[in-house]
Design a protein around this ligand. Structure first.
Ligand code: SF4
Length: 118
């Protein structure tokens, strides 16, 4: 014999699926943002920045065979770069992690420690 449930002693104004509804709205918002991005322009900007970086690093005294000797990376940051860009993006020279600028050419475009070759 089934026992009749009594009325619950607690209640809420929040519907049970409020979080799911909120997540769905966020995903829809993100979808709209992603579809509105002009990928061709984004690629052009990326290419432009990379070429500025290549040019700048080629004129910089701290570029030795495409390895930037200006920046010293922590192991944590070096690992992060490698996880995103892949092996070879960072090299270990004399126990110092250095940027392989041929793999990360955009760095030169935003680099504040550029030293012009004389
Ligand atoms: S411009 Fe910056 S990133 Fe490029 S070689 Fe010079 S110091 Fe390194």
């Amino acid at each position: 014999m089934l026992q009749k449930m009594s009325e619950p002693l607690i209640s809420s104004d929040i519907p049970p699926l409020a979080e799911v509804v909120d997540i769905k709205k966020r995903i829809e918002k993100l979808e709209a943002m992603v579809t509105s991005i002009d990928t061709a322009k984004l690629r052009l900007v990326t290419e432009f920045v990379e070429n500025i970086g290549i040019w700048r690093c080629s004129k910089c005294k701290q570029n030795i065979d495409n390895i930037c000797t200006g920046w010293k990376l922590s192991k944590e940051f070096a690992d992060k770069i490698v996880s995103i860009v892949g092996e070879g993006a960072v090299v270990l020279q004399d126990n110092v992690y250095r940027i392989n600028i041929s793999r990360l050419p955009f760095v030169g475009a935003i680099c504040p420690i550029f030293v012009a070759k004389i």
